[in-house]
Design a protein around this ligand. Structure first.
Ligand SMILES: Nc1ncnc2c1ncn2[C@@H]1O[C@H](COP(=O)(O)OP(=O)(O)OP(=O)(O)O)[C@@H](O)[C@H]1O
Ligand SMILES: [Mg+2]
Length: 248
């Protein structure tokens, strides 16, 4: 399979502490690839190095053959990579529809499509994205008035509005009920399959991870402990030992 994202030797120090330690990771075009690991394993830091929110101490990030290492977040987004955050970062005062329209308009402005796209066209696209994430009935509600699960779905909608080729989701189901988790995960995987999106996903719930992922990378103390097809990683005793809290 063609690799869309290729990471080599990615490292990030915070003072004397190495949070991400020489990570190699390949994400295949069209795959749903999960990054798992105990709290503090370095997953969020790794994601922030990919999106340009933080600069790596060492190593490289290549996306579709382009070197993105150390680029600013807006340049990374423009290259076709979008992230929904572990902590909620929606526009609380705007309605759901306004938020998604704003994200779509920003992307169109970047692509200088503004003149060729009508307001009605943007609104229709916003409705499609909201519908795909189960937000259609909330389109006129303020972001702050939504349930936690719907706020997370809105974040995914905002990331999708930038028309990414690679969508990074850092614990999109954090704080959700099992019911909401299933709904959002089903919607994300459905969308990914339908749109040929590549997804890099971090998640604590292993049942969810193993049911939706093509590939799984396991991090522990900043390093890659294991990686491979989901079934293979699930059968790895070392991985399970880390999850049961004992050292491999
Ligand atoms: N800005 C920072 N300054 C210092 N240390 C940090 C900083 N950000 C993260 N760390 C440390 O780096 C390590 C990795 O953190 P990170 O948030 O990447 O882990 P994680 O795998 O995302 O954990 P979780 O599952 O809890 O979200 C942790 O030990 C954390 O305390
Ligand atoms: Mg995290």
């Amino acid at each position: 399979m063609t690799e869309l994202l290729t990471i080599r030797g990615l490292t990030r120090d915070f003072g004397g502490f190495r949070a991400v330690d020489g990570v190699d990771l390949d994400v295949a075009q069209g795959a749903i690839h999960s990054v798992i690991g105990p709290n503090g394993a370095g997953k969020s830091t790794l994601f922030s190095l990919i999106t340009g929110e933080r600069r790596p101490t060492a190593g490289t990030v290549r996306f579709d053959g382009r070197d993105l290492t150390g680029l600013a977040p807006h340049a990374v987004t423009r290259a076709g990579l979008a992230k929904a955050f572990q902590t909620t970062s929606i526009f609380p005062r705007l309605t759901v529809g306004e938020s998604v329209c704003a994200a779509l308009a920003a992307r169109n402005a970047q692509l200088r499509l503004l003149r060729s796209r009508t307001k009605a066209g943007i609104r229709a696209e916003a409705e499609t994205i909201c519908g795909a994430l189960g937000l259609a009935e909330h389109i006129h509600r303020a972001g702050s008035a939504l349930s936690h699960g719907d706020q997370r779905a809105l974040e995914v909608a905002l990331a999708l509005a930038t028309a990414p080729r690679l969508l990074l989701l850092d614990e999109p189901t954090a704080g959700m009920s099992p019911f909401e988790t299933k709904r959002v995960v089903d919607q994300i995987t459905g969308l990914a399959r339908e749109r040929g999106l590549t997804v890099l996903f971090s998640e604590h719930d292993l049942d969810t991870v193993f049911s939706i992922s093509d590939e799984v990378t396991v991090m522990h103390q900043g390093r890659v402990l294991a990686h491979g097809p989901a079934a293979e990683v699930r059968a790895n005793d070392e991985v399970m030992a880390v999850y049961l809290g004992s050292e491999p």
